[in-house]
Write a protein of this length. Sequence first.
Length: 132
Amino acid sequence: MNNWWTKPYYNDHDRVTGLFMESGLGGRYIEKWGKNGEGFLIGYITQWLPPSRLAYTWTQSAWQGVITLIQIEFEPDGNGGTRMRYLHEGFERLPAELQTLKNGMALHEGYDYGWNELSGRLKNYIEQGKPS
């Protein structure tokens, strides 16, 4: 993940040293900030069904404790490749003042934009060994 995930998609852009996801049900998803175990707990794995499904909780440091859910499914596309489906739900639980970005875009639309960029980087990394 650290080979294709990029800024500005971190909670702390200055201290981030990488992302870490513990494999298995209940594993932690952490944004690491240093070598001493510091960081931000993004969420926990709620479904671990390799190679077809992964789901985990997601929060941001500014979200006042609100937790959302991300579900990712992988399936053969029938042409020797893989189709990935991504669903991020629960934005409606956020306070109204957090549901709109500074540029006026709805938060969930901002996440759609960000995921499209990151999934493109992931695809390039898988196919070409580099994110862009």
